[in-house]
Design a protein around this ligand. Structure first.
Ligand SMILES: Cc1cc2nc3c(=O)[nH]c(=O)nc-3n(C[C@H](O)[C@H](O)[C@H](O)COP(=O)(O)OP(=O)(O)OC[C@H]3O[C@@H](n4cnc5c(N)ncnc54)[C@H](O)[C@@H]3O)c2cc1C
Length: 307
């Protein structure tokens, strides 16, 4: 069977795309490795509009439940599969999964998200979500009155530090280079705060803790001397890795492999392929933005379908 639309992903962007596709009566297949998206691990989400507070797991359940309302005539779900390749032309795309299945579709919406680049030092896996986190917007308020560290001296690192300064007793930013990569105006503003400190040439070597994080060990890359900074929270901002391998030969990507889109329509460089959410080159990554992107894409897909 040929679908009108295949949606790749199972996060907020894919679910929003699926719900809108069903309501527009497009025969749609949603292929998701798993449902819920990145914030499924969050203990509490405070900015999902219309819901003052929700656990990541509960948000994932409610998203899935919304999509499942439409399973049948318009929505088919292929869960547990990873799309490995998309090829073809508008009107005739083939979508291959790691389970060896090949689906065909007139149009494709890529909503495969991104993963934060993870710290790989000892303790990083053990203390993930036990004081070590990858999202200051989400988890910052949990560290009120505490000493925290931010790993990474780019815009995301300084942005996180700026947010954390509103709650934390002190923020120390560790950067492994000799120059911060964030914008000078942001650096200046953040470093002017009296409970803020930044350290260059600081390569994180270990996350320390007992039940929860108690400190971070780092090495001065010039002197080789290791030091321990006692902190209760560690926020890692060392970049993201978009999940875009399946379309890297099909659509234009930016230098860090995000899919380039027209932000008015979410169209990619390939006719018949749209993208939404964290896999795109949109500047900001949030659940509500991912949903909005997908809604825009579906409005545009619908127009194209009936042309
Ligand atoms: C720890 C954490 C907490 C966060 N908290 C908040 C918050 O409080 N508020 C907020 O607004 N934002 C938060 N964010 C950011 C938010 O989660 C993302 O912006 C949002 O999830 C992006 O949605 P998405 O649908 O684009 O992609 P994702 O959520 O990344 O979802 C992508 C989906 O695609 C699937 N997938 C990936 N590759 C393939 C493939 N090849 N084939 C099939 N399926 C595939 C994945 O399994 C996943 O289900 C948080 C992020 C993190 C990491």
């Amino acid at each position: 069977m040929k679908f009108d639309l295949v949606i790749i992903g199972g996060g907020p962007a894919a679910i929003a795309g699926g719900v809108y596709a069903a309501r527009k009566r497009l025969k749609t297949l949603v292929i998701a490795k798993e449902f819920g998206g990145q914030s499924i691990v969050s203990s509490e989400i405070f900015n999902w509009i219309g819901t003052p507070s929700i656990r990541g797991e509960d948000l994932a359940k409610s998203l899935r439940n919304h999509l499942e309302q439409y399973v049948g005539e318009y929505i088919t779900i292929e869960e547990g599969s990873l799309v490995t390749k998309v090829a073809g032309e508008q009107g005739d795309f083939s979508i291959t999964t790691n389970t060896g299945k090949v689906f065909t579709s007139s149009m494709v919406l890529v909503a495969s998200g991104a993963a934060r680049r993870r710290l790989t030092v000892p303790g990083a896996v053990e203390y993930d979500q036990k004081g070590l986190t990858y999202c200051a917007t989400c988890d910052g308020p949990l560290f009120s009155g505490m000493d925290v560290a931010v790993v990474g001296g780019g815009n995301a690192g300084f942005e996180s530090a700026s947010q954390l300064l509103a709650y934390a007793k002190s923020v120390t930013l560790l950067d492994n280079g000799n120059m911060f990569k964030a914008e000078p105006i942001t650096i200046e503003k953040v470093l002017a705060r009296e409970n803020m400190k930044a350290i260059h040439h600081a390569e994180t070597t270990e996350i320390l803790g007992d039940k929860m994080v108690t400190g971070i060990k780092y090495k001065d890359t010039i002197t080789g001397v290791e030091q321990v900074l006692p902190v209760q929270g560690i926020f890692v901002e060392i970049g993201v890795v978009p999940n875009t391998q399946m379309v890297e030969d099909l659509v234009e990507l930016d230098s860090v492999k995000h899919i380039r889109v027209d932000p008015r329509t979410q169209q990619t460089s390939k006719k018949g392929v749209w993208a939404a959410g964290d896999c795109t080159d949109g500047l900001y990554a949030q659940n509500n933005i991912a949903v909005g992107d997908a809604v825009k894409a579906l409005e545009d897909i619908y127009v194209h379908f009936h042309k």
